[in-house]
Design a protein around this ligand. Structure first.
Ligand code: MG
Ligand code: MG
Ligand code: MG
Length: 308
């Protein structure tokens, strides 16, 4: 491949996969002699902070928009609504992702690697293997952290055999016990105590659209749904503000109990009937309990899209 000078970033409201896959991609490119730099599109969450602290790494630099014609590499997302501002005028050189492809268009040809795995880092792990590239301990920890995060320690229905295999081999390279490390990392992410309601609904929030039906699905991980619901009124006020600002038809806030693998959904907007149809449930106090639901990507978004 010809030389690429580009910045690499994951989606807005970055999660552990978005940050780790940017850093791993940077290393992969460096090994190939390409000059690329990982950046980020938002605050680092507490789970990712745990990972970076564990490795003694600095977070990638924060950017808010991309310049016209700037070369970029997208990881862990493709939808422009989740990407950097002005993305439609950037030169997208490459995408490595594990999500549906939507709201995405380029003017020029590009490298695009999409696999329906549980994590972008599982795809990157395969790329290292394919290139016969040695995986260092730092990248091993970054990749296994992302896999644990996206698959909730293999409990999410998005988890594939490839993710488990990759994670186990990475754990061996890193000399880490995945269960012990993974639980500690996930636990770090459930500390929601010092977030305002506005921040809470933005830690992991994705803008989506089907035609002109714009909606947003946010998610937090917790060990106690009850604890989060103590601030229900304030959370609902914050959600209503976002609905107004972003002209959304629907906002779904998933409070996911990662111990018992269930989610409580707070659902607001003018078109909550879409959610009710999707899950065959009547909302009570703007809420519905979703038994066994932990994955926005697999267990929530497709059902909403099918009922719009
Ligand atoms: Mg992600
Ligand atoms: Mg991901
Ligand atoms: Mg996620």
């Amino acid at each position: 491949m010809e030389e690429i000078n580009a910045i690499i970033f994951g989606h807005k409201n970055p999660d552990t996969d978005s940050i780790c896959s940017s850093l791993v991609m940077q290393k992969y490119n460096k090994n190939n002699g390409w000059n690329t730099k990982a950046v980020r599109l938002g605050e680092i969450n507490k789970e990712t902070t745990f990972v970076l602290n564990y490795l003694g790494l600095e977070a990638p630099v924060l950017i808010n928009k991309v310049e016209d014609g700037q070369s970029v590499i997208l990881v862990d997302h493709n939808e422009f609504s989740q990407s950097a501002d002005n993305i439609e005028n950037a030169k997208i050189e490459m995408v490595v992702d594990h999500h549906r492809i939507a709201n995405f268009e380029t003017k020029e040809p590009l490298y695009y690697t999409a696999k329906p795995y549980g994590c972008t880092c599982t795809i990157l792990y395969e790329e290292f293997k394919k290139a016969n590239m040695k995986i260092e301990k730092t990248e091993a920890v970054l990749m296994l952290s992302a896999i644990v995060s996206d698959t909730l320690l293999f409990k999410s229905p998005t988890c594939t055999k490839k993710d488990i295999e990759a994670c186990n081999e990475l754990a061996e390279i890193a000399g880490i016990d995945v269960n012990t490390y993974g639980l500690e990392m996930l636990k770090a992410g459930t500390d929601l105590s010092d977030y305002t309601s506005e921040q809470l609904i933005n830690i992991d929030s994705k803008k989506l659209a089907s035609g002109d039906f714009k909606f947003q699905v946010a998610q937090v991980n917790t060990a106690s749904i009850e604890d989060v619901l103590k601030n229900k009124e304030e959370i609902e006020k914050a959600i209503k503000d976002v609905i107004k600002t972003n002209e959304l038809k629907l906002f779904v806030f998933l409070i996911t109990d990662i111990i018992n693998s269930n989610s409580q959904a707070i659902v607001l907007g003018d078109n909550t009937e879409v959610f009710e149809k999707a899950f065959n449930k009547k909302l009570e106090n703007n809420m519905a309990f979703l038994e066994g639901v932990v994955s926005r990507k697999k267990q929530v978004v497709p059902f909403i899209l099918n009922n719009i």
